[in-house]
Design a protein around this ligand. Structure first.
Ligand SMILES: *Cc1c(COP(=O)(O)O)cnc(C)c1O
Length: 404
């Protein structure tokens, strides 16, 4: 039986957009997350009203403090903006003249250390988010290995901050653990800015020595697009004051701030175990439907940075399944309804399916689509498999051709 999806809303089709189903994850390029109902309501309510924006920021600071255990918090346009403004705050302190001087960092501490294995990209390179503040990036260690003495050696008179990244994007071994990293930095009086954009734990990283914790509001929290910076009042104030400087071009509006407050409050009372149970049900459903299909291995795997979520890994033997993992991903993305899978490692012959961003009934549709595409592949005449290199090239060409 093919499950039929009752359209929830026609806004996408009305705008000529494809009604995609997201089993990729919380991705900016797919519209991030399903904004939680409380945040949707709050955004709609505040949009037609005037507010004193810094008072709204004060309320947000309290809401962030409550959930993170930090003294203060600040809502930014995004986690990426949060990284830039946190670095800027570490460079300028609360000096408005220096804040206006950026990105010219003359006379300021302007070096930011980061382990080379943490130099990720999340749509743009993180080192650019650091440079945007006028800072110079000072890499520590090699791609797969960084050592305490190497970090200590790079911390000097000019060091303004150290950036630490917790993410599946980073190299997952050979890096200095956060607590040790922070203690080495603190010995030299250097604050640690942690990119925790996709991490669920709102307290542990601060407890482990992070000075400025940076989160995405629009990922697991289900807020509208925004970022969150949490930390000691003195530091967060210096980050907030960037609104009068380079932060102006990264400003967040009343809807982003109010929506983030609402999402934080909803997070505090969410039935997390219940949500997890629903997601586990989707994974079980997929395993049941895919197991035993020729050339398919379906396995539930934990999140690489210990977030409380699992994903499905679908490994495809192209000889037996008569289709490569990337051809299957593309077929799913171009079919009806389009299903977008998590394919950043697809050249290894697998992709993942993330159960966190599904509306009711969509998991069944996804299962039907996967089974149908595999059946189609099994019965057709097999041509040469599509090249992964060509696939990447096509994607860049499409990007560069925008808006066509
Ligand atoms: C998503 C992500 C970012 C970017 O977050 P935005 O809020 O979209 O700017 C930065 N770092 C990591 C590790 C991420 O996962």
């Amino acid at each position: 039986m093919t499950a039929k999806l009752k359209p929830r809303s026609d806004v996408r089709t009305r705008m000529g957009l494809r009604p995609i189903i997201n089993v990729s994850g919380t991705m900016t390029h797919l519209g991030a997350s399903i904004v939680v109902p409380d945040a949707v309501r709050t955004v709609a309510e505040i949009l037609p009203e005037f507010v004193e924006i810094n008072d709204l920021h004060r309320k947000a600071s309290r809401a962030i403090a409550k959930l993170t255990g930090a003294e203060a918090g600040f809502v930014t346009a995004s986690a990426s903006a949060g990284i830039t403004l946190s670095v800027a705050g570490c460079m300028t302190g609360p000096d408005l003249a220096l804040i206006e001087q950026l990105p010219d960092a003359a006379g300021m501490k302007d070096e930011v250390v980061i382990q080379m294995g943490h130099m990720t990209q999340y749509g743009a390179p993180i080192e650019q988010a650091i440079r945007l503040a006028g800072a110079k990036v000072v890499p520590v260690g090699t791609v797969t290995d960084a050592r305490p003495y190497q970090l200590a050696h790079k911390l000097g008179e000019r060091t303004a901050a150290a950036v630490y990244v917790v993410s599946h994007h980073t190299v997952q071994y050979g890096m200095i653990p956060l607590a040790e990293f922070a203690s080495i930095c603190h010995e030299k009086g250097v604050p640690v800015v942690a990119d925790l954009a996709s991490e669920y734990d709102l307290k542990g990283f601060l407890a482990a020595g992070t000075d400025l914790a940076v989160y995405s509001a629009h990922k697991f929290l289900g807020a509208p697009t925004a970022g969150i910076v949490a930390g000691p009042k003195v530091l967060v104030r210096s980050v907030f004051l960037q609104n009068a400087g380079i932060g102006r071009g990264m400003k967040v509006g009343k809807e982003g701030i109010a929506g983030t407050i609402a999402a934080l409050e909803a997070w505090a009372v969410r039935d997390h175990a219940g949500v997890r149970k629903i997601e586990a049900g989707y994974l079980q459903l997929w395993v049941k439907r895919f197991q035993g299909l020729p050339g398919i291995e379906a396995r539930i795997i934990p999140d690489p940075t210990n977030n409380p979520l699992d994903r499905l890994m679908l490994k495809i033997d192209p000889e037996m399944a008569r289709i490569t993992a990337w051809e299957l991903a593309d077929a799913l993305a171009s079919g009806d309804p389009p299903v977008i899978v998590r394919d950043h490692e697809v050249e290894h012959g697998f992709f993942q399916m993330d159960p966190c961003n599904l509306h009711q009934g969509e998991a069944e549709i996804v299962a039907d689509r996967v089974v149908a595409e595999l059946k189609r592949a099994a019965t057709r005449n097999r041509a040469e498999p599509a090249s992964i290199v060509e696939r990447k090239k096509r994607r860049f060409q499409r990007l560069l051709a925008w808006p066509d």
